[in-house]
Write a protein that binds this ligand. Sequence first.
Ligand code: NAD
Ligand code: ZN
Length: 379
Amino acid sequence: MKGLVYRGTKQVAVEEVPDARIVDAGDAVIRLTTSNICGSDLHMYEGRTSVEQGKVLGHENMGVVEEVGPGAQFVKVGDRVSVPFNVGCGSCRNCTSGWSSFCTRMNPTEGMDGAAYGYAGMGPYDGGQAEFLRVPHADFNLLNLPQGNDFENDFTMLSDIFPTGWHGVQLSGMQPGDRVAVFGGGPVGLMAAYSAMLCGASEVYVVDRVADRLKLAGSIGATGIDLSAGDAVEQILDKTGGHGVDRGVEAVGFQAHDGAGEEHPELTLDNLVNVVRTTGGIGVIGVYVPTDPGLDEPTKADRVGWQYGTFFTKGQSMGTGQAPVKRYNRALRDLIIAGRATPSFIVSHEIALEAAPDAYDKFDRRVDGYTKVLLKPHG
Ligand code: NAD
Ligand code: ZN
């Protein structure tokens, strides 16, 4: 079968790769109808992770069940399904308490809990930017979708970024009526802003400097804050009579950069601490890493110096980490079916698998309105 493979910094290629197949009794094989490119893939693409060459990328997957192992009881061939990016065992302490993103069993990497498809350091699972995908523990991991093609481009956000954005808002402790600032207007930040609106925020600010992303923020009723027009914190303080916001969401991660494009991993954390009110909350869903091969000293990435003193003095709280997709995906699916949520508003491109390398390049440079790229491996 064909799959998109990592070949080194800024190099990906569509190649012939081993067929996805049933390995364990509880597995299923999915025929991918849609697989998205994610900002998380860019950390790998830019050579900022330990991902090995030859890995098939892609963790935002949906499709139709092609084959099931003899141990899969409930999933059936022909089911239309969304595949959460987390690979969970379904029975460990974290999976059974709603934290499938920290499954203690599925990632053999020493010291790491939590597994994912096609991702650096998250286990041996190939990704779904390919024709087919192997899903372990299919009964636990797969979410059923209505048959047919309806809502395809909405449902495809259920594997990662809609639940992830929602999780960022939950981690911040948002209550109806709160003002919320989201740093990062990429797909994840936009989903966080959209989730905050759905959860009853009174005002949502989205900080970025990419014009078409700020425009998308405006399209859902949020206020875009242009980084390149001046300090983001001051701009939000101005708009809120000096009060700032009740809650903040970090949706950029360790590659945050200033107006001149220079990287400062502490920048958004500092901004959030300053713009969120005393006793307010912050949800960090942007990715931070313990080691970064892109630095002279890779382990330096583990020590981000941010305004912890101010954070403590303001009595704020913070939640972090990979999102437990299963905790939210069923409810978010039903909001889509009911017509209450349309997360496809961020889709910018729908392309064939073969065109993915070019789309990686353009998405990485955030050019030409490349916001969310959906791959259609079977046309
Ligand atoms: P993206 O790269 O498309 O978007 C990031 C955006 O941040 C860009 O638009 C960029 O212009 C903006 N930005 C850069 N510096 C900034 C700053 N100082 N202030 C405000 N905005 C700034 O990526 P994405 O797909 O939206 O993903 C965002 C982050 O979320 C990534 O780190 C990704 O790895 C992470 N992520 C986490 C999870 C999770 O489960 N926690 C899941 C998916 C993605
Ligand atoms: Zn993703």
